[in-house]
Design a protein around this ligand. Structure first.
Ligand SMILES: [Zn+2]
Length: 378
């Protein structure tokens, strides 16, 4: 690349802006651990050299407004895909910027990777409106092996196991591709959406299933097998010997997920068939749906106490459809605050997820940015 910066520190500032890790002087200061005056000096130098541009003021989540910094003359976009069971959410985002356009398309996972990804890429090209796409990223609903770029146990994605999804996506789009698990992508998006950025965060996705992602020092923590954060299969006493989808018995998932609530209500003769219907009942103050949802919040909170005591995160972000229900959230919060060591909860924030349906898109776009910046810097 032709960009040359005058010092190593300036290069780090440039990389932080180019990768999207930091988009304001304050964020650069946080991410790189530099003083405000040093950052200001480097940014001024990069602006003078024409390597960086300063954009319009934008709202940060704290309500404060900061000037947005981005690479100069960068018209390239990143295309991102959040693959669900029956739909894919798609978006395009400038390098180091915010999502500019999103869309949702119906897909059939059973068609297999290539037809589904071809459909997604053609939709991304439509969203790009003629602008070049520099890289693509995809968030998948299952554990992902980042090295082989495939799904590990594709129980929900038959026909998708054992293939390099990143390679197929890269072949179709003719640009580099990044593959990530959706809970990890969501966690990364949420981590940077809250101000100030937490040192360590856990983001929960409590919907039909329960997932979570862990971010430490700005990076996704994956664990040895890439399955870190999969708290849904933690055994809880109240689940007794209920059969879980993983083959084990007594998992949290069997009493605290949306799927579990559907089944528990059906066992009591209530006519429900989906998590959305359970949510509607709770909003309608249906006594049994409300009681079971509150119990689900307690069960999840109980497992989170162990997470909080072990990991001492500074933030827990609550996402997924169940997190929109007051009885669920208040039960979870009280369980965590009562059941964790006071030192662990002293500086702990439990906050609603900020990005809604876009969290995974934002998170995976950060990873594509980092990947592309890494390629440029060799
Ligand atoms: Zn299980």
């Amino acid at each position: 690349m032709s960009r040359t910066a005058s010092s190593a520190a300036e290069n780090h500032v440039l990389a932080a802006i180019g990768s999207g890790r930091a988009r304001s002087r304050r964020e650069i200061s946080q991410v790189l651990g530099l003083s405000a005056s040093t950052v200001s000096q480097h940014v001024q130098s990069l602006l003078t050299q024409g390597l960086v541009e300063e954009g319009d003021a934008r709202d940060s989540t704290g309500g404060r407004r900061a000037k947005e910094l981005r690479l100069a003359g960068d018209t390239e976009l990143i295309g991102v895909i959040d693959l669900g069971g029956a739909h894919a959410r798609l978006g395009v985002v400038p390098r180091g910027g915010d999502l500019v356009r999103t869309a949702e398309i119906a897909i059939t996972l059973d068609d297999g990777p290539r037809p589904v990804l071809e459909h997604c890429v053609s939709e991304l090209e439509r969203l790009a409106e003629g602008a070049p796409i520099a890289g693509v990223g995809i968030a998948l609903p299952g554990p992902v092996d980042v090295a082989s770029r495939g799904v590990v146990s594709p129980s929900r994605m038959p026909g998708w196991g054992g293939v390099d999804i990143g390679q197929i996506l890269s072949d179709i789009a003719a640009v580099p591709a990044v593959v990530e698990n959706d809970a990890n992508a969501m966690a990364l998006g949420e981590h940077f959406a809250h101000s100030p950025h937490p040192s360590g965060s856990v983001t929960l996705k409590a919907g039909t299933a329960i997932g979570s992602g862990i971010v430490v020092d700005g990076q996704v923590y994956r664990g040895a097998a890439g399955a870190a954060g999969d708290i849904t299969h933690t055994r809880v006493a109240s689940a007794r010997d209920r059969q879980c989808t993983c083959g084990n018995r007594g998992c949290l998932e069997t009493v605290a997920s949306g799927a579990a609530l559907v089944r528990l209500l059906q066992e009591e003769g209530v006519d429900v068939s989906s998590t959305a219907e359970v949510i509607a009942l709770v909003r309608d103050a249906h006594p049994r749906a409300t009681a079971l949802t509150r119990a689900a919040g307690h069960h999840l909170g109980e497992v989170l106490c162990a997470v909080v005591n072990f990991f001492n995160p500074s933030a827990i972000h609550l996402g997924g459809a169940l997190s929109s229900l007051e009885p669920f959230v208040s039960a979870l919060r009280s369980e965590v605050y009562e059941g964790s060591h006071p030192l662990m909860t002293r500086d702990l924030t439990i906050a609603p997820a900020a990005l809604g349906a876009d969290a995974s898109l934002v998170g995976v776009s950060r990873q594509v940015n980092e990947h592309l910046t890494g390629l440029l810097r060799g």
